[in-house]
Design a protein. Structure first.
Length: 489
């Protein structure tokens, strides 16, 4: 049984089985002809349930065939040009090569004695990111599992700073004070801001929602007013979360104006650039992030606009000293006396993947500019898609994109708002069931909308045209069917 362990005596088996794994994926991808099989939840569930976990197949080939049936056959393929739903990206090959190294060596990035080299590589990439952000020489940060964890850590640190910096009347214990802390974020900010507030024990009213303008960007004047009224009510402004690329609209809050407001009130400024972070490497649109250099903390998801496999994300702070709010010393791991650079001092996690190697191998193989070109390509595509939507009398669109999403809906002349609210989600479900495209749905102003998220530089305007044609055809058919069935009844 010991032949399964990864070590020098089993290295031939490692080579052989790894290449079979690669072949299983490669053979599959070579024949995939759409973003999904369209299989139902029940169908996939029953295939998975049929596997008897207590009877191993004793053969990697047989196990891989089984995995093809229960996983690959019905996988959703983000590299397919008509996958246009969420912020999932096709991935670059150098990062996949790095995945093999990361999981085979299996370093854990908590302490230096488990990750020599890895500790410094992650540090270099944090420095590189901080430099691109313009955060200054004292910046530091850490890789995380995703934007959700990055936002949580940033807000945890902001909470610590607000507590420490508080006036005399903050001398109460944290839970008592915390109920007065307020976080300000636009109505289109990511739900992880609200979730973080709950996790941090700040209470249900902690997040103050700031309205947005017609391009769905935070209204900085309204932000200023909201902070004044919070202070007047005896609340403590703990942080402002500006979003650089909202999940639905790709809108970028006015970072410079938000920074002015934060500076005036002495409030922590967090920028959630989970989505917009890719602009850091764009040659044509880096200016859209102007003002980010004034942030106290920044979230960036490499597994979105840097085309990295999940997970790959970071949270970066202007002042490394702020990271002390996540530092705990465990005698067995990172005792106070340790002089070694232990990344666990900066992270919410303990055992942690060496995800940074994927970005490292990406930058060392293809370079940042190539990534930036992909980012520009998907933004160009979204602009072209916006023109298609505006020109189509059967479709309405919410706003021109700043990044690469389009929120729109099928609403031909004569279709009521209420009917459109029923038909649009049905269009999405019908298209999902066909497997020919995958698109998303969302709500705006209490109504149902459809959403396209473009993260694939290989998607063409013809793909978009074909998907929008499919939306309209499906919409007209569903409307006709509704009319027919209403006449019958
Ligand atoms: C995706 C996203 C997040 C959450 O990131 P995960 O990596 O999914 O945890 C946070 N904020 C914004 C704006 C996002 O788009």
């Amino acid at each position: 049984m010991r032949q399964h362990l990864f070590n020098a005596s089993n290295i031939d088996r490692y080579r052989e089985q790894m290449s079979r794994g690669v072949s299983a994926v490669a053979d599959h991808v070579a024949t995939v002809s759409g973003p999904s099989s369209g299989a139902s939840v029940e169908a996939v569930g029953s295939r998975v349930d049929a596997v008897d976990l207590d009877h191993p197949l004793d053969d990697i080939g047989a196990a891989l065939s089984e995995v093809s049936r229960v996983y690959l056959d019905d996988a959703v393929w983000f590299h397919e040009p008509r996958y246009l739903a969420h912020l999932n990206c096709p991935v670059v090959i150098p990062a996949l090569v790095a995945e093999v190294l990361v999981s085979s060596v299996n370093s854990s990035l908590d302490t230096w004695d488990q990750s020599a080299g890895g500790t410094h590589i992650e540090g270099r990439l944090i420095d590189w990111t901080a430099a691109r952000l313009g955060l200054g020489p004292e910046a530091d940060g850490v890789f995380t599992s995703g934007g959700t964890q990055s936002n949580l850590q940033a807000l945890l640190v902001a909470r610590g700073e607000a507590y420490v910096a508080g006036d005399a009347d903050l001398s109460a214990t944290l839970p008592e004070t915390a109920s007065r802390f307020r976080i300000f974020a636009s109505r289109d900010s990511h739900f992880s801001v609200e979730k973080s507030a709950r996790v941090l024990g700040l209470g249900m009213d902690a997040v103050v929602t700031i309205p947005t303008d017609e391009r769905r960007r935070m209204d900085a004047v309204a932000l200023d007013r909201a902070i004044w009224s919070a202070r007047a009510a005896g609340h403590v402004p703990m942080a402002v979360v500006a979003t650089a690329g909202t999940t639905d609209y790709g809108s970028i809050d006015p970072l410079d104006r938000v920074a002015d407001v934060c500076a005036q009130h002495g409030v922590w400024m967090h920028v959630d650039a989970a989505y917009g972070g890719g602009l850091l490497v764009s040659s044509r649109r880096r200016h859209l992030l102007d003002g980010v250099e004034r942030a106290d903390s920044v979230t960036i998801d490499f597994h979105k606009t840097f085309f990295q496999p999940v997970s790959s994300s970071a949270v970066v702070f202007r002042d490394r000293r702020a990271l002390r709010h996540v530092t705990y010393h465990a005698d067995y791991l990172n005792p106070r006396s340790s002089a070694q650079p232990n990344q666990v001092d900066k992270s919410l996690q303990t055992t942690r993947r060496f995800d940074a190697l994927k970005l490292w191998l990406t930058l060392r193989t293809m370079g940042a500019d190539a990534i930036g070109e992909y980012v520009d390509a998907v933004i160009d595509l979204a602009r072209a898609g916006y023109d298609l939507l505006r020109d189509d009398a059967d479709l309405e669109v919410v706003t021109a994109p700043m990044l690469s999403t389009l929120v729109f809906r099928f609403r031909p002349a004569g279709l009521s708002q209420a009917d459109a609210d029923v038909v649009n989600p049905a269009i999405r479900r019908t298209i999902a069931g066909s497997g020919s495209a995958v698109i998303a749905g969302t709500t705006s102003g209490g109504r149902s909308w459809l959403k396209l998220t473009m993260l694939n530089p290989e998607t063409t305007i013809d793909d978009l045209r074909a998907v929008l044609d499919l939306v309209c055809e499906t919409g007209h058919r569903l409307v006709d069917e509704r009319h027919t069935s209403q006449e019958v009844h």
